[in-house]
Design a protein. Structure first.
Length: 248
């Protein structure tokens, strides 16, 4: 029986952002790709970390699952793995993700900034916010076809849904998990784009704290590595599983 793999998307994306990666993994896994609360068809779902953990648990048709997430989805995946425990989540893949902001003052400043952004999102047409979000330096260097696909995906969302997601799942409201990384004994695959300097540094710091982790750098990719090189990300997801099975 194929293992169940749940893929969680990032902020402003939808389940469609994983389409090409999911297709590449479909022969080996039962791939489930939900819309996270506040996004796509889950616009009215409660946006909180406990609600996401319950949502993921209810999705899986089997007792155990493997969990992967990108950016916001990676933070949700990490929190969910800690909530559900190794009896449910047997492997974790984090793509361009972080365990949150450790410094209380920095975290509070981010919470205020996220709240202000959520207020502003609610005043804008989705087209305008989608253009603004995509123009961040974080996404600089994306090939035109990738940027166009990412923009089209953002248009599947609503301002109200994205504002709710930011208030409930933003980095500012997330309880930092740096000190809990040592509790995670399951295999963890850290995946990051070569050009994503900020999240490469975060991944390297996480690697030092996780008991059973690997780090894969996707050549030439930026922050949204699964959009820029879905085949390479799919390969990293599967190869990390093969490596963890071989060492078990």
């Amino acid at each position: 029986m194929r293992p169940t793999l749940v893929l969680l998307h990032g902020f402003t994306q939808t389940r469609q952002s994983w389409r090409r990666t999911a297709t590449a993994l479909a022969a080996r896994y039962r791939v489930l790709v939900p819309d996270l609360p506040g996004h796509g068809q889950a616009v009215h779902r409660t946006a909180s970390f406990p609600a996401c953990a319950a949502y993921v648990r209810a999705l899986a048709p089997t007792r155990t699952l493997e969990l992967a997430g990108y950016s916001m989805g990676g933070r949700v995946a990490l929190a969910t793995a800690l909530t559900l425990g190794p009896e449910v989540v047997t492997r974790l893949v984090l793509v361009g993700a972080s365990p949150g902001i450790a410094d209380p003052a920095e975290r509070e400043a981010r919470r205020r900034a996220d709240e202000a952004l959520a207020d502003r999102i609610e005043t804008l047409p989705i087209e305008e916010f989608a253009r603004e979000w995509g123009s961040q330096p974080l996404f600089a260097g994306q090939p035109p076809r990738v940027a166009a696909a990412a923009h089209a995906d953002r248009l599947r969302n609503t301002p109200a849904g994205l504002a709710a997601a930011l208030r409930g799942l933003g980095t500012g409201v997330m309880e930092p998990l740096w000190e809990r990384l040592g509790e995670i004994a399951i295999p963890v695959a850290l995946v990051v784009g070569e050009r994503d300097a900020k999240f490469r540094a975060i991944a390297e710091a996480m690697l030092e704290r996780l008991p059973n982790a690997t780090l894969t750098v996707i050549p030439g990719a930026g922050h949204a590595a699964h959009l820029e090189d879905p085949a390479a990300v799919a390969a990293a997801i599967h190869q990390s599983r093969s490596s963890s099975s071989a060492s078990a």
